[in-house]
Design a protein around this ligand. Structure first.
Ligand code: APR
Length: 266
């Protein structure tokens, strides 16, 4: 439902007033104002020659482990070189406040970055995994590998893929013959079942679902606002561009996460 910005924000506040349980569903647009390009908008830098669909696959990881690992390291450094914005920080504050009132603000994200956590919010479900935890590519054993803090030069550099300094992925210390990979959901892989179950429970018990910065086209994440609505939650969408959800949302707010979330919290 399209309304002018002021009216939309006022209507959203009415739904949020007194809401005890809020589910917040975030996508790449949530991180855009921190400086991480969204999947569908990015046409520059790393994505010019390779799409995530080409590199972020188990097949690519098996065929060219050094290239994929170095690309992942680079992504991790880009993430660590940026900061959470006001929208992330507000969610952290809001979450703590609702918990004190025995309510909940459950964050369910498709993002593999750690900006919600660095905005002092707990993430209930990383539907597509996290860049900062690891397991063995062969035996699946969890790994305690920690990404080294990047040097200022590495943080400043955003090299083209063909200029990456290639590094082999570290070996698995459990099975000795495999190498480690991040716990991200590569293209063609299943989502972590526990994360999806937690997400479904949260949206079904929510009074309001805030859907922020996602194109709402990648399944099964795109089914969550529909599940929330079917269970009686009001749907508020924040996205400067319309998505397949916008028409059916109770309130659609055509602005950015960094602008709108602080307004809604106030
Ligand atoms: N604030 C809010 N929304 C924004 C902002 C912003 N500042 N900037 C961009 N957006 C919106 C865009 O309009 C777009 O609808 O964020 C959305 C980003 O869409 P995608 O790039 O498709 O990201 P997402 O929906 O998270 O993609 C889902 O696709 O490639 C896979 O696994 C990857 O997790 C990713 C999944």
């Amino acid at each position: 439902m399209r309304k002018d910005l002021r009216t939309a924000i006022r209507d959203a506040r009415v739904h949020l007033e007194g809401a005890q349980r809020i589910a917040v569903l975030t996508g790449a647009g949530m991180s855009a104002e921190s400086g991480i390009a969204t999947y569908r908008d990015a046409q520059t830098g790393l994505w010019e020659k390779y799409s995530p669909e080409q590199l972020a696959t188990a097949e690519a990881m098996s065929d060219q482990p050094d290239l994929v690992w170095s690309w992942i390291l680079h992504q991790a450094r880009v993430i660590r070189s940026v900061e959470p914005h006001e929208g992330h920080n507000v969610l952290g504050t809001w979450q703590r406040e609702l918990r004190e009132k025995n309510g909940a603000l459950d964050i369910i994200t498709q993002n593999i970055d750690d900006l919600h956590e660095r905005g002092n919010a707990d993430v209930l479900a990383h539907l597509h995994g996290s860049t900062f935890s690891f397991r063995c590519f062969e035996c699946d054993a969890p790994s305690d590998y920690e990404l080294q803090t990047a040097t200022p030069e590495q943080l400043a550099a955003r090299p083209e893929l063909d200029q990456l300094v290639l590094e082999d992925p570290p070996p698995c210390t459990q099975c000795q013959h495999g190498f480690i990979r991040p716990n991200i959901v590569l293209f063609g892989e299943m989502l972590p079942q526990q994360a999806m179950n937690d997400a479904l429970d949260a949206v079904r018990s929510a009074d309001v679902a805030l859907v922020v910065g996602t194109s709402n086209i990648v399944q099964p994440a795109a089914s969550l606002p529909i599940a929330a609505s079917a269970a009686g939650a009001k749907i508020i969408e924040i996205n400067p561009n319309v998505t397949p959800l916008s028409e059916d949302a109770d309130v659609y707010i055509a602005d950015t996460a960094g602008n709108v979330l602080p307004e809604l919290y106030r």
